[in-house]
Design a protein around this ligand. Structure first.
Ligand SMILES: Nc1ncnc2c1ncn2[C@@H]1O[C@H](COP(=O)(O)OP(=O)(O)OP(=O)(O)O)[C@@H](O)[C@H]1O
Length: 480
């Protein structure tokens, strides 16, 4: 056994009566690049959190280099990158790289800032991040921040990196850059990388081996070379779609529901835009382009500082915000409360001001089933759901408002392949029912699945709209 091999056997984890990991056996050898995949709630993050010492296992064994360990976090050569990167925006890169470490000194109390800077420059060069080390982390793009987090781990001697769904929040260019860096680290330095992602092409391109977890057990462990997209989908999806593919039925759009006229706010504007009933309008762009500010403006969460946002009287809108962890829900409240909280008057009795609790419960139950939220218990605390399941609940809350206008920001972020199709079907259904949908996504797959027309946001402004059947994914990528 090599010095950095990991062996996991019979690993189990229960939360109360919910057994989430049901006997995981896995061996990872030094120098491997492994993709860890599986549906929302399958147990991927739980596995990584146990390895990282965040949760305690209920049973099983973990060995590192042949030695039994409680968790891998006790080993300095193992590093973890979670979605929260643990960086401080207000500090420069050089200080973030030293966070939690004793400062470098010359003599006695004399600090050696020069040596710290040189060490930081070398750390950034390893991940090919060409930025002065004095740059504030808050001024970096999301992808650059992730590279700083990787540089920090490598600089501290990490030889094994666990990356938990970090790419799901990155725009495609940043995600590709991160993966290139990880691949080089594996190839040139013999490091080991275990990466969780729902993005099929990313995993197929980057990794050598794909491990699929379904319902808390390893359902497949295969060489990436022998797989293509359809075969991988088959491994990930328990039930195939009966109809075999998206169809956006042609129909006439209805009357105008939302109009932005020279509207400005935050980093966007002036923006001119209309969305009609029965239409899905898509916007995409790079991080920092002001993309999501257009969504906040359209929904009314940002007030226009110039221009105007026009909705016909009585037209209501609902927002799916882009960051579900910080903006999405109330961790301590139940799934039911998170679903119904924005639409409580719909369950108020006619004659009384009391809530009709039974109706609220049964509607919440139905929505949980419709969106396949797991566990399917409306009383479970929202905070205990897996990332993708939180996303489904946030989507369900918007649907309960029965709005005329939906503003959906990154609606498929972190959801598995099957849920992605469920959400696409729901959006197509909303369009067919006459809702006006503004879909804002850095994932071009969303745009091609459900949009009638799309535009690219660049430096806060929209480039011209294009009908979706007049553009190819490659042409769109070239635009962005
Ligand atoms: N702290 C907790 N308390 C109770 N249940 C939990 C807790 N953490 C996770 N779970 C449950 O464990 C199951 C697996 O969650 P986990 O986050 O590991 O899934 P995942 O495979 O990473 O999913 P996703 O792709 O959606 O992120 C889920 O049913 C979740 O509700």
């Amino acid at each position: 056994m090599s010095t950095h091999d990991i062996a996991i056997s019979g690993l189990r984890k229960s939360f109360g009566r919910n057994e989430v990991l049901r006997g995981i056996d896995l061996r990872i050898e030094a120098g491997e690049f492994v993709g860890l995949m599986g549906p929302n709630g399958a147990g991927k993050s739980t596995l990584i959190k146990i390895l990282g010492g965040v949760y305690q296992r209920s049973a099983g064994e973990i060995t590192y280099a042949g030695e039994a360990v409680r968790s891998l976090a006790e080993r300095p050569e193992v590093g973890f990158i979670h979605q929260d990167l643990g960086l401080v925006d207000a500090l420069p890169i050089v200080d973030n790289l030293r966070l939690g470490e004793a400062p470098m000194r010359r003599l006695g109390p004399l600090l050696d800032r020069g040596r710290e800077r040189r060490a930081a420059e070398a750390a950034l060069a390893r991940v090919e991040l060409d930025r002065p080390v004095t740059t504030l982390v808050g001024d970096l793009s999301p992808g650059e921040k992730t590279l700083v987090a990787v540089a920090r781990l490598l600089d501290r001697g990490a030889r094994v990196l666990f990356i938990d769904e970090t790419t799901s929040t990155l725009p495609p260019g940043d995600a590709q850059r991160l993966i290139r860096t990880l691949r080089d680290t594996v190839a040139a330095d013999g490091a080991t990388v275990i990466m969780v992602s729902h993005k099929l092409s990313e995993i197929l391109d980057a990794t050598k081996r794909i491990v699929v977890i379904l319902d808390g057990v390893i359902a497949a462990d295969v060489a990436a070379a022998g797989l293509d997209r359809p075969r991988l989908v088959k491994l990930l999806v328990a039930h195939e779609r009966p109809d075999g593919g998206p169809v956006l039925a042609a129909h006439d759009r209805g009357e105008e529901r939302l109009r932005l006229e020279g509207a400005c706010a935050g980093r966007c504007g002036p923006v001119d835009l209309t969305v009609h009933a029965g239409e899905v309008v898509g916007l995409t762009g790079l991080a920092g382009s002001g993309l999501h500010d257009v969504g906040y403006l359209a929904h009314g969460a940002l007030r226009p500082t110039a221009g105007r946002v026009v909705r016909a009287p009585g037209v209501r809108s609902a927002l799916v915000p882009p960051h579900r962890e910080s903006q999405g829900g109330f961790a301590e409240l139940s799934v039911q409360a998170n679903l119904t909280i924005s639409a409580l008057p719909s369950w108020r009795g006619r004659a009384t001001r009391l809530l009709r609790g039974r109706a609220e419960r049964s509607d919440a139950h139905e929505m949980v089933g419709r969106l396949d939220v797991r566990p399917g218990d409306p009383q479970a605390p929202f905070g205990t759901l897996s990332g993708g399941n939180k996303q489904k609940v946030v989507f369900g809350r918007a649907m309960f408002r029965r709005p005329d206008v939906y503003v959906l920001c990154e609606p498929t972020r972190g959801v598995d392949v099957q849920t992605r199709e469920t959400l696409y079907d729901l959006i197509r259904g909303l369009r067919a029912e006459g809702a006006a949908v503004l879909l804002i996504s850095s994932d071009s797959e969303d745009l091609f699945a459900v949009c009638d027309r799309i535009a690219v946001v660049e430096q806060g402004r929209l480039r011209d709209f294009t009908a979706i059947d007049e553009i190819t994914p490659d042409a769109l990528e070239a635009f962005i």
